[in-house]
Write a protein that binds this ligand. Sequence first.
Ligand code: TXA
Ligand code: MG
Length: 339
Amino acid sequence: MRTDVLTPTEENLSLAAEKIRAGEVVAFPTETVYGLGANALEPDAVKKIFNAKGRPADNPLIVHISRVDDIEKVASYVPDIAYKLAEKFWPGPLTIILPKSEDVPKITSGGLDTVGIRFPSNPVARRFIELCGVPIAAPSANLSGSPSPTTAKRVFEDMNGRIPVIIDGGECKFGVESTVISIDRSTVKILRPGAVTDEMLLEVVDSVIIDGGVLHEIPSGQKALSPGMKYKHYSPKADVTLVKGSYEAYSEYVKNNPKDGLFCLIFDEDEAVDGVPYVTYGKDSETQAHRLFEALRELDERGARFVYARSPESTGIGLAVFNRILRAAGFKIVEAENE
Ligand code: TXA
Ligand code: MG
């Protein structure tokens, strides 16, 4: 299959929307990461997403809409609190899990009775979904297990020959995937942290809890609330270790634990450690979110076999950054201390 990369003109978006109506898969930009979209209500089309990504069938897809009212097309019940959250955070990087309507096939929801719903803010995404005229199921546009793509070039590397169209909307604004929440009466539970933070959610609801799966490995045999959380995710090919501590403690750890094919993943202002090659990923939580996935892909390109990653702050959007690196590291974390 030939894969066309299209600029987001109105004409090209119409062409891409036609592909969707014909049951094909189209990659498109959002404010978080690129998505791999298909008609969420059409099982055969959704199947093509799972095939293109190599995604396990029990990992549900997020359904994207282009107006708040469309929530009723995909959810069977919408509590008031969901409308309040939608009013405050939509369009934007928040996915709300609700009981699914009968129109949403089980393949889209990974066999669950619930569905994750999101109204993205990226103008290209909004216009594209609007032109499609149907809700769009879209996971991140990477091969299953790879870091999510934040540029069309990275989508092309993973999806060339697998899908007919990629819409190139430039770099994604946030760089980490949306915040995924479930609702239980007046309590919101964060299943996956993102740019909509716990503090922001507390402006609308009385109580926000962070699911244990965000910071801890789910023991084998235990059911994950968000099935995506049980897979080793966002991983470069290298063996990543997350190293906590000051720069001094970090650099000492690197010197004391040398390895063949080792790279450092450090902050912009950090100095290289004694000739160990390095990749940087930003200077504050926002820029770290924006750059992390690109940095992980760069480490692969440069042939890194081992990576010592400096641990980010885990407040605000930093919690999303920490959560993604922790998964890239397969939960391997060390506390470096000054000697
Ligand atoms: O920012 C985003 O959310 C991007 C863009 C394209 O919108 N999409 C994305 O999709 O990250 P994906 O499929 O890569 O991640 C969706 C996550 C998975 O961890 C999945 O398990 C969880 O959301 N999820 C989806 N539906 C769910 C449901 N009904 N119940 C629990 N978790 C759900
Ligand atoms: Mg993903």
